[in-house]
Design a protein around this ligand. Structure first.
Ligand code: SAH
Length: 339
């Protein structure tokens, strides 16, 4: 059966026309799904009973059940959702004073193999569909009884390795007749799939692009992130420059600081050289320890020194607040779980 949440509004209209139904029905359903946030076709009371029966026969609604919910002392919540095929995914809710942010997963497992990330070393199973990505937002909203204002594509998986579904999910979230989450409130993070960065620049979606840079030499980056063997730092930064030029959007570079690995002044100096003149921001993440991981967190002193060096040399840098590390919900701590 097809998942009704896999369609953005345009596709749903097309689907309805092909079914011999009126196009505006698609808009009504979109409204029920993303504004009224109903959980069954029976609640769509402005559709005829006949049409509701037809929908029930042909489509699922992919409502997620919460298998497990953990709450951090800082208010962060980590959900384990049943994705209805024997697998489970993790989604994180972070509460900032400017609103509630959900960190969504895009794949069941991940192929990228970053050495410092807990999502590595688990088997890649499959991509999530657009509807399965969007459902994470709906399921969290239902649980907390509040709307979500920001989305970060920073859960398990490499968003640009599931490009089409990720783009479609953004269009569904972004649609003013749907969840109506502004593109500027949506961040997509990538480990650096260069060709897809060029593609993303052409989509005309003004979301924020985050690049997991983490190192300043190819030797160092390849040791941390195998993707660097396919697309090196210079190719990556060239794609970023193209992205900025095409979209006029600022890029956010993520840099996870690991002790004695990428956190000394020489690294900071090289980072300044690499990013000089780019419309960008650097997000410093004290690296989170993972089971069997070889990397450990930089000292606070080093992290502050690193930030100050960047700021003093014309690169805007902030230290990302650590949220949810007591429940393994922080950056890099998510793992695919079996049911
Ligand atoms: N695959 C995408 C999306 C994951 S986003 C990407 O790589 O960008 C998660 C962010 O957390 C990425 O920047 C990732 O590099 C970072 N990360 C992974 N493991 C981490 C760890 N142990 N500590 C801190 N950050 C980590």
């Amino acid at each position: 059966m097809k998942n009704i949440k896999d369609y953005d509004l345009k596709d749903l209209e097309l689907e309805f026309e092909n079914m011999g139904e009126k196009k505006y029905r698609a808009g009504q359903i979109f409204h029920w799904l993303y504004v009224e946030k109903v959980k069954s076709f029976d609640e769509m009371t402005n559709l005829s009973i006949e049409l509701r029966e037809k929908l029930k026969k042909n489509y699922t609604m992919c409502n997620y059940n919460i298998l497990r919910k953990q709450e951090s002392s800082d208010g962060t919540k980590k959900y384990l959702f049943d994705v209805l095929d024997g697998n489970a995914i993790e989604t994180v809710l972070m509460q900032y004073h400017h609103g509630k942010t959900v960190c969504v997963s895009t794949q069941i497992g991940c192929k990228m193999g970053c050495k410092f990330c807990a999502s590595t070393g688990i088997q890649f199973i499959r991509n999530l569909s657009a509807g399965e990505i969007v459902e994470q937002i709906l399921a969290v909203e239902q649980d907390i009884g509040e709307n979500i204002s920001n989305i970060v594509y920073m859960g398990i998986g490499e968003p640009l390795d599931n490009y089409d579904n990720v783009i479609k999910s953004i269009r569904i979230m972004n649609n003013q007749k749907g969840l109506n989450i502004g593109a500027r409130h949506i961040s997509v993070s990538t480990s650096g799939l260069v060709p897809k960065i060029y593609d993303l620049a052409q989509e005309n979606i003004p979301c924020t692009l985050s690049i997991s840079l983490h190192a300043t030499t190819d030797e160092q980056r390849s040791k941390m992130m195998p993707v660097n063997n396919a697309y090196n730092i210079s190719q990556l930064l060239q794609a970023c420059k193209d992205y900025i030029k095409t979209t006029n959007r600022r890029i956010s570079f993520e840099y996870a600081l690991a002790k004695d690995n990428n956190d000394n002044l020489e690294d900071a100096k090289r980072l300044v050289k690499l990013l000089k003149g780019m419309l960008c921001h650097v997000n410093l993440i004290p690296i989170n320890k993972i089971e069997n991981g070889t990397f450990t967190k930089s000292t606070n002193e080093n992290i502050i020194k690193f930030r100050d060096y960047l700021n003093d040399n014309g690169i805007v840098a902030t230290i990302r607040r650590e949220l949810g590390s007591d429940i393994d919900a922080a950056c890099g701590q998510l793992r695919r779980k079996n049911l």
